[in-house]
Design a protein around this ligand. Structure first.
Ligand code: HPA
Length: 277
């Protein structure tokens, strides 16, 4: 577990690179790193230069914190994230969100790559999260387990108002104004790194999931613990396979390739939302 001294060391290292004071944080998932190029006056800080920051070992996650301007606001963009399946614990996976809080960030926008469960979705869609199902949490793994730090947030955290209603409304307005079709739904978080079996895919549909992936939810929980507002998006990079009558396997190359196609749509949405914040 980390202490305030660890968070402060990371904040001090970041502040030594730039005097810009971000108020909005953005986390970019698989294949979405290109989004960081939209920032003006940007400074890139390698995760290796930030004490305790977990570096991603996954292809498609470059490992830089980019601070710069977007839509007139100062934002801090995590280009790549660490995942539970890489062997990091959930305190490490969510360390950058704690650091964002100590940097002064009040709103965080998270993105990920996900498989589509809802049969009305197709690869290339953008889904805004309105709720989640945390399969990792069901087995007792939480980034909030252990002694609670009352200075950061409460012991018990309500998750009904997780994906901010006002931000979601704003996002629909931006998507509509730019003619970008926007799906909305429930994200289901797996531990990974295996993709779902067809039987699991059918189960996820029955329990109310619209998309499935291997990240985001732990970061969302830690953000809500500290009262940070949350908005989150899945890039639907593939539709999950729910039957055995196929030779096809879901694969990371496809996830990255389709992710790159979705980047321009997400840039328009994120820029529009940040401008209106
Ligand atoms: N399942 C889980 N995670 C994913 C998928 C998927 O089908 N696609 C991209 N990330």
């Amino acid at each position: 577990m980390f202490t305030h001294a660890h968070y402060q060391e990371a904040v001090n290292a970041i502040r030594s690179f730039t005097s810009l004071q971000p108020t909005i944080g953005i986390v970019l998932g698989s294949g979405l790193g290109g989004l960081a190029d939209m920032l003006q006056d940007r400074v890139s800080i390698p995760y290796s230069a930030i004490p305790h920051f977990p570096t991603s070992t996954v292809h498609g996650h470059s490992g830089e914190l980019v601070i710069g301007k977007l839509g007139g606001k100062v934002v801090a963009v995590q280009k790549g994230r660490a995942h539970f399946y890489e062997g990091y614990n959930l305190y490490q996976v969510t360390f950058p969100i704690r650091v964002m809080h100590f940097l002064g960030i009040k709103t965080v926008i998270l993105t990920n790559a996900a498989g589509g469960i809802n049969s009305s979705f197709k690869a290339g869609d953008v889904m805004m999260l309105n709720d989640h199902i945390n399969m990792v949490g069901f087995v007792g793994l939480s980034p909030l387990s252990g002694p609670n730090d009352d200075e950061l947030g409460p012991r018990f955290v309500g998750l009904v108002q997780t994906y901010d209603r006002h931000l979601r409304q704003l996002t629909h307005e931006v998507a509509q104004a730019n003619n970008i079709p926007l799906q909305e739904g429930v994200y289901c978080c797996l531990g990974g790194p295996t993709y779902e079996t067809p039987a699991e895919a059918r189960m996820f549909r029955i329990i109310g999931a619209d998309a499935v992936g291997m990240s985001t939810v732990h970061e969302v929980i830690v953000a809500r613990h500290m009262g940070i507002k949350v908005l989150a998006f899945s890039s639907i990079t593939n539709m999950v396979i729910d039957n055995l009558n196929t030779d096809y396997e879901t694969n990371h190359e496809e996830v990255l390739e389709v992710g790159r196609i979705i980047v321009p749509k997400l840039i328009t949405i994120l820029k529009g939302v940040v401008e209106r914040l």
